[in-house]
Design a binder for this molecule. Structure first.
Ligand SMILES: Cc1cc2nc3c(=O)[nH]c(=O)nc-3n(C[C@H](O)[C@H](O)[C@H](O)COP(=O)(O)OP(=O)(O)OC[C@H]3O[C@@H](n4cnc5c(N)ncnc54)[C@H](O)[C@@H]3O)c2cc1C
Length: 539
């Protein structure tokens, strides 16, 4: 069958939630053609995934939308804990990740706003989401996927693409079509989520967690004196017909002994959280990303942020294979790096979620005595103990996510680096320094569409010049000067050396000498040479 040019594209994205939209934005940056479809007629309208983590803001900054996100959202000032309505602990979190990220905080931004920002980015590049279009099935042929979709008028259309992305949420039709199991558990105790106005004495900018023997609830301030509230039901409220907004409106104050009167509810939902993963996130040229590849409890606000990073991880690899001569083997690292990526944090989230929602006597007693004591002790330490503060921020903000170096090449000069300096497979740390007489930072100097070679030397060697040309590397020469001292120290360079940084800001390789043999081997594994994408020459 001959398809019209409109019906062929390089990448077809199924699902325009945060993950699909991020994938589309990243592909737009790399000048990869795509179509993005969604079965819904409009984007989400509620607060949904509310917390945007620092790592996501770093990616937003690469897209140039971080400042808009911050303007539209609210930076969380403090966390406070109430037991039976009385404050038992609290800590400032306004700059809890200082020195670790350009965005050392938790940003509260409603999912509807996050999606709006990504849609605005796409619109400015002439891209749009095709709505009321539903994925039905696909077939993979040699180097080509044909996908059948149902159009808004009910007709069927076939779209041919090189790659297919299933970013279609936890009930993923793409995953189901591939018969990929989604294993794990669904929690038996329900939670409620609502957005609305309230009369309360909770501070704006303060995230409040209130608990009692009966239940647990989290209160998140939104713009315009609105609130997002997530909570568990007391043990007495068991039957599904009583899990209603009326039950929550009447009970919330009383369950936790609070001064918090709900008014004008905009959104109310009751759900059973899940923790599920598939055994694979790739079959042939079809990839799963976002909630189709992992779902977890809302504890720690990781889900959407993880999905956004799946897209960030995969998009540049697709672009390099499609546009820049890279071998398709590069795509294997998507599964190696992202499969089960959220499992570590999920173990901790699982324990917190169980304690929060369980209504047995034993857990209620645990909440009343042990948890109360623990929180009273740990919160002051978060402010005073530097190590604890950094550990907390690193794990929640997702800046500490790291991968096994996919290509397994280690420079023999690795041993010249100090123990605590950033290794291949880790995100390049955030470091402020001066470059060309201007204040800059280690992230700002990285182009989003190319590998960057940070060279620590007085000048570039001829070998470095020629390898950079061959592989179209962006080169940043960092001469040893007082202005660059901070980046030399942070990256553990005592004399000369280099760091090769991937387009997603992860360290590919590092060397404490200027020898290029391993750099050559590293780059050769997925390409004989890089064909510069003419659209990206200036980026
Ligand atoms: C109460 C709660 C609070 C949360 N809070 C946070 C938080 O603070 N921070 C955080 O990071 N995460 C949070 N999460 C998780 C977060 O909401 C999800 O991880 C995130 O929405 C996943 O995005 P996604 O794009 O992968 O999937 P989705 O948002 O589910 O989007 C999938 C899209 O695919 C479309 N689609 C589905 N099937 C088809 C089909 N057959 N054809 C075409 N289109 C299709 C859907 O219409 C939808 O638009 C929370 C979740 C819950 C339940």
């Amino acid at each position: 069958m001959e398809l019209s040019p409109h019906n062929t594209t390089e990448v077809l994205i199924v699902g325009a939630g945060p993950t699909g939209l991020m994938m589309a934005c990243q592909l737009a940056v790399h000048h990869v053609s795509f179509r993005i479809i969604d079965k819904n007629s409009s984007p989400s309208q509620n607060s949904g995934a509310l917390i945007v983590q620092a790592r996501t803001l770093e990616i937003f900054e690469q897209l140039g939308i971080a400042s808009d996100a911050i303007k539209e959202g609210t930076i969380a000032d403090r966390i406070e804990i109430l037991y039976n309505g009385k404050k038992i602990a609290g800590t400032s979190i306004k700059d809890i990740g200082r020195e670790l990220s350009q965005f050392p905080f938790l940003l509260m931004l409603e999912q509807s706003q996050t999606e709006k920002l990504l849609l605005k980015f796409l619109k400015a590049r002439g891209c749009y989401v095709e709505r009321n279009v539903q994925f039905r099935k696909f077939a993979e042929h040699k180097n080509r996927i044909t996908t059948e979709v149902i159009m808004p008028d009910g007709s069927r259309q076939t779209i041919a693409s090189n790659y297919l992305i299933g970013a279609d949420g936890s009930k993923s039709a793409v995953r189901n079509f591939l018969n990929i199991p989604f294993n794990g558990k669904a929690y038996s105790r329900p939670i409620f989520i609502l957005d609305g106005r309230a009369i309360s004495d909770f501070g704006s900018g303060v995230i409040t967690f209130a608990f009692s023997r009966k239940s647990v609830a989290g209160f998140f301030p939104l713009k315009d004196q609105r609130w997002r509230v997530d909570g568990s039901f007391p043990g007495k409220v068991k039957k599904s017909e009583t899990l209603t907004l009326e039950t929550v409106t009447k009970g919330l104050q009383h369950w936790n002994n609070l001064n918090f009167k709900l008014q004008d509810i905009e959104w109310f939902s009751v759900s059973h959280s899940q923790q599920k993963y598939p055994p694979t996130i790739r079959i042939g040229n079809c990839f799963l990303a976002g909630d189709s590849a992992h779902v977890n409890t809302p504890v720690g606000a990781q889900g959407m942020n993880t999905g956004l990073q799946d897209a960030h991880n995969l998009a540049w690899k697709l672009a390099f294979v499609l546009k820049q001569n890279a071998k398709p083997e590069l795509l294997d690292s998507y599964s190696t790096e992202r499969l089960g990526i959220s499992k570590g944090f999920a173990r901790y989230a699982d324990a917190v979620f169980r304690v929060a929602t369980n209504t047995t006597n034993a857990v209620s007693i645990f909440r009343t005595f042990i948890l109360k004591m623990f929180l009273k002790r740990i919160f002051p330490k978060l402010e005073k103990k530097e190590k604890l503060r950094l550990k907390f921020f690193k794990s929640i903000s997702q800046i500490d996510i790291h991968y096994k170096p996919a290509f397994g090449i280690y420079e023999e000069s690795e041993k010249l680096f100090l123990h605590r300096t950033p290794k291949p497979g880790y995100r390049l740390p955030y470091v402020d320094f001066m470059y060309d007489n201007k204040n800059t930072n280690s992230h700002q100097i990285l182009p989003a569409t190319r590998f960057t070679l940070l060279v620590f030397a007085k000048e570039l060697t001829s070998e470095i010049k020629s390898i950079s040309e061959k592989y179209n590397l962006a080169v940043v020469l960092l001469k040893p000067r007082p202005e660059t001292n901070s980046i030399y120290t942070s990256l553990g360079i005592t004399n000369t050396g280099y760091y090769l940084i991937r387009p997603d800001m992860y360290i590919g390789l590092r060397s404490a000498t200027l020898k290029i043999e391993n750099l050559n081997m590293y780059l050769q594994q997925w390409s004989e040479s890089i064909k510069p994408d003419t659209n990206n020459l200036n980026s």
